[in-house]
Design a protein around this ligand. Structure first.
Ligand SMILES: *Cc1c(COP(=O)(O)O)cnc(C)c1O
Length: 389
């Protein structure tokens, strides 16, 4: 870092905070059972619905994203009698599977090579082999690889092949990509605060279909803090069962205001553009992208290193210059770096990252690549701007 308290946070979560969100965090405390707080909870919960694509209540848990993944798992399956399928396309699918295993739920893992998506054909084939399942767990954006799984098509497959609940980890993309939970037949959709929603870590959000609401009423898995039926009962009155992270609710109010001012369709387009700019820029440098264009996520891009310039060397070079990107997780540790481009991030924010990568490659290898990625990204940006205005 050049200036000690100045950096570009381009990891796939936590993401940078808009100044208005940061200011909202320092408001004076209020009572969590006050009418003001009840109004706030009711209001933010309602305003979250469009990003889920639901008419149902959005429940708010004070906890990181994983708390809601765990709540979804234990509120939908009876470990004694029921079986589940978990589609694992990376580290977060694996986390879902680990949660189920911990609760001794009978799980069938569908493991895909990291960096590829689960296609409807693959899922159909797998479900035909496992006809007696009660839930299918999927990841929308697999943050560890930058894959966006085709959730709509996959949910359709589940409905064709079974009566299973469709449960989705949407932590790293809800609020940045289209989501039509009700129309697609998704039963539980989970997200967290510190990714596309531009908030600090600490809140998790979850919406349940009518079917999932009925299911969570009679589950025998013991749970207290994460029993979703309690959250669902309370949210109807604008309550959370326990003291919520009140400051984060103030921040959520501010973040939603920003999202409403921009408009969801514009937000979706902005993320799509940032993905295109990043990918075309990286391609121009001849660095291998981990994922295909077809299933690539608009929120995070994973890139492989080269023999003469490893992913970690490139990442350290950027870090020394105040640009923070992420490395690989688990199987991909040391193999890739990941650029987060979600939430409070706009197209111009990508140029320092691309420029830094050019400088790293030019320094680490003998190839002068100055300006190459920036130019490719500029061409994408300019083209889109000129066709739009
Ligand atoms: C960040 C993330 C989570 C949640 O992680 P926490 O550290 O518990 O907030 C879950 N799933 C995905 C896909 C994520 O990107």
């Amino acid at each position: 870092m050049i200036i000690p308290d100045k950096w570009n946070l381009r990891i796939p979560g936590p993401t940078p905070l808009p100044p208005r969100v940061q200011q909202a965090l320092i408001q004076p405390m209020i009572g969590h059972r006050s009418p003001t707080c009840r109004q706030l909870v009711q209001d933010v919960s309602l305003r979250l619905r469009p990003y889920f694509g639901t008419e149902e209540e959005v429940m708010i848990i004070s906890g990181s994203g994983t708390s809601a993944l765990e709540a979804a798992a234990i509120s939908s399956l009876d470990p004694a009698t029921e079986e589940a399928v978990v589609v694992v396309t990376g580290a977060f699918g694996d986390r879902f599977a680990q949660i189920l295993t911990k609760y001794r739920m009978k799980t069938h893992r569908l493991d895909l090579p990291w960096g590829t998506a689960c296609t409807p054909e693959i899922l159909t084939h797998f479900l035909k082999q496992h006809p007696h399942i009660s839930a299918v767990f999927l990841t929308y954006c697999e943050t560890s690889t930058g894959i966006l799984n085709p959730i709509q098509e996959l949910a359709t497959v589940v409905q064709q092949e079974s009566d299973a609940l469709v449960i989705i980890d949407g932590v790293s993309c809800i609020g940045a990509v289209e989501c039509q939970m009700d129309a697609w037949g998704v039963d539980l959709m989970v997200t967290g605060s510190q990714k596309a929603l531009m908030l600090p870590p600490g809140l998790a959000f979850i919406a349940a279909s009518k079917r999932a609401q009925a299911r969570m009423q009679n589950i025998s898995t013991p749970s207290f803090y994460l029993d979703l039926s309690t959250y669902h009962k309370e949210i109807k009155q604008g309550n959370t069962p326990y003291t919520p992270a009140v400051s984060l609710l103030f921040a959520l109010d501010a973040a939603l205001k920003l999202m409403e001012d921009e408009g969801f369709s514009h937000i979706i387009q902005r993320h799509h553009l940032m993905k295109e700019m990043t990918r075309r820029g990286i391609e121009a440098l001849a660095l291998p992208l981990l994922t295909d264009d077809l299933y690539s996520s608009p929120t995070v891009t994973a890139v492989r290193g080269r023999i003469d310039a490893s992913a970690d060397e490139i990442r350290s070079f950027l870090q020394a210059r105040g640009i923070l990107i992420a490395g690989g997780q688990k199987d991909l540790k040391g193999e890739i770096f990941r650029i987060g481009h979600m939430g409070y991030c706009d197209p111009m924010d990508l140029f320092p990252v691309l420029s830094g990568i050019e400088m790293a490659l030019s320094r680490l290898t003998t190839e002068p690549l100055y300006g190459v990625a920036v130019q490719a990204a500029e061409e994408v940006f300019t083209h889109v701007s000129s066709t739009r205005h």
